[in-house]
Write a protein that binds this ligand. Structure first.
Ligand code: SAM
Length: 292
């Protein structure tokens, strides 16, 4: 069997298929055998699981996943890769390839069709340029028990960031509202072909059965509040919230809503915990309803 982590074998394979790496598709293939092994061990489940992989590339992680899980479904956007995968994944009977853009797929329908009676998981080395929208689509699909992915270290730090740190932002609150992200390990650039400029990290997001908080104002208004709180990072929470709520409540109304939930008038949005965001959103919601 071809060794997909031997650079000479990989170059010969790609040459035979006339394949050229695409930067815009985030194509950095793993060529260090410990990495796909460790990723699959961390997030590839067992014989009771169905794994969705986004971007199989030439299949080195896919092969590891197929050894562990009952079924593996991989979605690949680059039309040049299915002929390569037909060669590298030949004989893997629990493997299904779907050609297309994961961002345009009906992910819940895919899971329901392919993973009946299995625990659905995600395990993938994501294309870095679209990692955040893909993660959001996977969370919104509301089907997966865990989402284990490799992303740029910088993105992993944002996903797992705690309040009061420079990495903490809307993406952190979004992911931590729905999941419990944990950074597992780093992967240096020399593990990839071609080598990216940045370090990568594998992060596991365990999906919560119920969101981290349940504000009375509802999810949509909660996230409107979170986005507004981070709109002007260098300003006070009051000034930042005025970008979204100033026209409805006036600056005094916004300040009053902040005071009502026990927060300091000079606090910055980036210091707020999930629970404080929930209390703030409810306080703003009450003020907005009172103005109607
Ligand atoms: N899994 C392989 C590995 O670890 O070596 C390849 C990972 S590479 C970082 C990302 C892969 O995602 C590429 O194969 C790329 O063609 C594919 N890809 C990029 N955008 C995609 C999208 N929107 N939907 C599905 N696949 C995509």
């Amino acid at each position: 069997m071809m060794n997909l982590c031997d650079i000479r074998e990989v170059r010969a394979l790609l040459g035979r298929h006339g394949f050229h790496f695409s930067k815009s598709l985030g194509q950095n293939f793993l060529v260090a055998d410990w990495v796909p092994r460790e990723i699959a061990a961390a997030g590839g489940g067992d014989g009771t699981c169905g794994v969705l992989e986004i971007g199989p590339g030439i299949g080195c992680l896919t092969r590891e996943l197929c050894k562990q899980a009952a079924k593996v479904v991989s979605v690949e956007l680059d039309p040049a890769l299915p002929p390569v995968l037909a060669e590298t994944m030949a004989g893997a009977e629990n493997f299904t390839l779907i050609s297309g853009d994961v961002l345009k797929l009906d992910v819940p329908a895919l899971v329901d069709e392919h993973f009946q009676n299995l625990t659905p998981l995600v395990c993938a080395n994501l294309p870095y340029n679209v990692a955040s929208p893909i993660l959001k689509a996977l969370v919104e699909a509301n089907r997966f028990q865990t989402i284990t992915v490799m992303v740029q270290r910088e993105v992993a730090l944002r996903l797992a960031a705690k309040p009061g740190t420079g990495d903490y932002g809307v993406l952190s609150v979004y992911m931590q509202y729905h999941t419990q992200p944990e950074i597992l390990f780093d992967v240096p650039p020399d593990c990839f072909l071609p080598a990216p400029k940045v370090t990568s990290s594998v992060i596991q997001c365990r999906v919560r059965e119920t969101p981290a908080v349940s504000p009375a104002c509802g999810e949509e208004f909660f996230f409107q509040t979170v986005k507004a709180a981070f709109a002007l990072r260098r300003k006070t929470l009051c000034n930042s919230l005025c970008t979204a709520f100033g026209s409805r409540l006036g600056k005094e109304g916004v300040a009053e809503a902040i005071a009502q939930c026990g927060l300091s008038p000079t606090v910055r949005g980036e210091a707020l915990s999930m629970e404080e965001f929930a209390a703030l959103a409810d306080s703003l919601w009450t003020a907005v309803q009172a103005k109607k």
